[in-house]
Structures are given as structure tokens and as C-alpha cells.
Design a protein around this ligand. Structure first.
Ligand code: 13P
Length: 335
């Protein structure tokens, strides 16, 4: 039975002012790519050591409300003598454990260069197991690509429908769904095109969420910011990004949603923080939802590059520095 109060409470805690979400749910191939960049072997043990370094950073809970885990990490433990399961360890720190449940973005049949996220088959059973093991929220990422003549309506509708079915199944299991429709920043498109495609995507996503009886008070939206394509000749500045992102969300995200936690999507760590800070500073008096972060790369980049497989304390210091800067950004403040 769906417990609406519990869903509302967890969602509200995930996006509480001053805190955000650490996305540490890289699949094994993605984690291996990150490890390649620092010449570390992506073994089961090294992945465990890396996540242990992140999660055991002192007072991480001051800035981080929840951590998204990949299935492998969800079943791993701290590497100290008493080997506490990560889920139990994070919960004891007051950090909510979450789980990535999608099975990745695959080629969309009949459409060139477009993706559909898979993972609905058997999802109900997987969610029930994750709940029993301590997960209180989940994540599903849909990917929308901008290029000549794409995204197609078929791609937007298929992904929005899958997001809505996932979200409905999560709520049935009393797990808060992070709904993540990511419009990629790859490409030479302008910020205006990013705005138009993101608006279209958000509209279809909320249409499908409502059609599938998803309770909006019990979700967290994880969108891209509205930014210029990576290869666009004219790059919009931080004020423009803040203005257009806020406008797009204000006009297309219902006020019932308790919070919006951005992905970083390949932005530099500094820009991801600065964009969030500007939005929370400029529009703080006219925001129906809390605006926070659910960054992967923008929180981990410095930590990974100082850790280098051995410098645990330095890695943790880098993570805490980034987490604190983003925590302040949710209040519209700078370090
Ligand atoms: P990035 O912040 O690196 O985009 O990762 C967030 C995430 O969870 C992607 O699904």
C-alpha cells in the first residue's frame, strides 16, 4: 500500500534547504571510465575503496541528504575492521540511501541516434527487495539528444512513459522516485534550443506522470539546466543560464513537486555550483519548490583526482569542499 505521508516526508528531506544529493551510482563501465582517467584498475575492491572514501568523509551529512548507489555498491560495506554495510552506515549518519534502478539507455528502434531507457521488466520485485534492504528512493535516467531533426516525439513520449511507469511502481513500494529526463548538453545547439526541447520534454513527462497516477508531492525532479550546447559558438553566461533555467522550470514544473535536484551533465564543477547559487539568490522569493543539486561529476571530479587510489584524507577534503560550496549555493550564498 502506498504510504503517501512517508513518500512526502522522504522527498521533502531529500531536498531540504542546505543539502543535496551525491550521485555515486556510476555503473561499472562508467566507473571504469572514471578510474581510467587516473590510471586505477577498476576492480571490485578498488570501487569499494573509492566509495568508502566518499561516504566516510567526516560530517558529509551536513551537506548531503542522500546518496544514489549502484547495485554493486548497495551490497558493499565500509572497508574498516567492522565492515558496516554502506546502506546501514549511511542511514546511521542520517543520509538516505537511494538506488539506481534503470538498466541503461539503449538504441531506440526505428530512430537514428536516439535512446530509450530500459529496466521496467521485473522492476516491482527489484524495488521491493531494495526497500527491504533499506533504500528509500530510486533513480531512473532518460536521455534526450538534440541534433538535426531530433529529438523525435516518439523518443520523448517513450521515455516519458517509461519514467512515469517507473515512478508509479516506486511509489507503490514506498520508494521516492527521482525522475530524471536529461536533455544532453552535447552538440552545437543554442541555449534557446535547449530551452525549447527541455520545455517540450518536461511537459510530456508531467502529462505522463499524471496519467499514471504518480503523486507529485512524492517525487524529486532531476533535470538538466538550460545551457548552450558544448560546441555552440556562443556560450550563454551564468546569469542567462540562471534566468532561462528558472523560467523553464517555473513555467513547466507543477508547484506540488517538493524539489528539483539538478544533474551536472558535464558542466565544470565551478559552473555547476555558480549556476545553482545564482538561481537560488535571484529567485528565492518566487520559488514553489526547493532547488538543489544531485551531482555526480561536479561533486566527485576533484575528489577522484586527489584520491588517486591512495590519498583518502585529501580525497575527502576535496569532496567536502565541493559539497559545502553546493550546500551554500542552495541558500543562494557563496563560499
Ligand atoms: P552528473 O552530475 O555527472 O551528470 O551525474 C548525475 C547523474 O546521476 C546522472 O544520471
Amino acid at each position: 500500500m502506498r504510504d503517501e505521508k512517508q513518500l512526502r516526508d522522504i522527498a521533502t528531506k531529500m531536498v531540504v534547504k542546505g543539502k543535496g544529493i551525491l550521485a555515486a551510482d556510476e555503473s561499472t563501465p562508467t566507473c571504469s571510465k572514471r578510474f581510467d582517467s587516473i590510471s586505477i584498475d577498476s576492480t571490485y575492491e578498488n570501487r569499494n575503496e573509492y566509495r568508502n572514501m566518499l561516504f566516510t568523509a567526516d560530517n558529509l551529512e551536513e551537506y548531503i541528504s542522500g546518496v544514489i548507489l549502484f547495485d554493486e555498491t548497495f551490497r558493499q560495506s565500509t572497508t574498516c575492521d567492522d565492515k558496516i554495510p554502506f546502506v546501514e552506515y549511511l542511514t546511521s549518519k542520517g543520509i538516505i540511501p537511494g538506488i539506481k534502478v534503470d538498466k541503461g539507455a539503449k538504441d531506440l528502434a526505428g530512430f537514428k541516434n536516439e535512446k530509450i531507457t530500459e529496466g521496467l521488466d521485473g522492476l516491482r520485485d527489484r524495488l521491493n527487495e531494495y526497500y527491504d534492504l533499506g533504500a528509500r528512493f530510486a533513480k531512473w535516467r532518460a536521455v534526450i539528444t538534440i541534433d538535426n531533426d531530433i529529438p523525435s516525439d516518439a523518443c520523448i513520449y517513450a521515455n516519458a512513459h517509461a519514467l512515469a511507469r517507473y515512478a508509479s511502481l516506486c511509489q507503490e513500494s514506498n520508494i521516492v522516485p527521482i525522475v530524471e529526463p536529461e536533455v544532453l548538453m552535447n552538440g552545437s545547439h543554442t541555449i534557446e534550443t535547449c530551452y525549447e526541447i527541455s520545455k517540450r520534454t518536461l511537459n510530456v513527462v508531467f502529462e505522463q506522470l499524471l496519467l499514471n497516477h504518480v503523486m507529485l508531492e512524492g517525487i524529486v525532479l532531476k533535470p538538466n539546466m538550460i545551457i548552450s550546447g558544448l560546441d555552440c559558438d556562443s556560450q550563454a553566461d551564468a546569469d542567462k543560464v540562471a534566468e532561462m533555467t528558472y523560467k523553464c522550470l517555473k513555467e513547466n514544473v507543477p508547484a506540488e513537486v517538493p524539489g528539483i535536484a539538478f544533474l551536472s551533465g558535464g558542466q565544470s564543477s565551478d559552473l555547476a555550483t555558480s549556476h545553482l547559487q545564482k538561481m537560488n539568490d535571484k529567485y528565492k522569493n518566487d520559488m514553489p519548490w526547493n532547488l538543489t543539486f544531485s551531482y555526480g561529476r561536479a561533486l566527485q571530479h576533484d575528489a577522484l583526482n586527489t584520491w588517486l587510489g591512495k590519498n583518502i584524507v585529501d580525497g575527502q577534503t576535496s569532496l567536502l569542499k565541493r559539497a559545502r560550496a553546493n550546500s551554500l549555493a542552495t541558500l543562494g550564498e557563496v563560499v
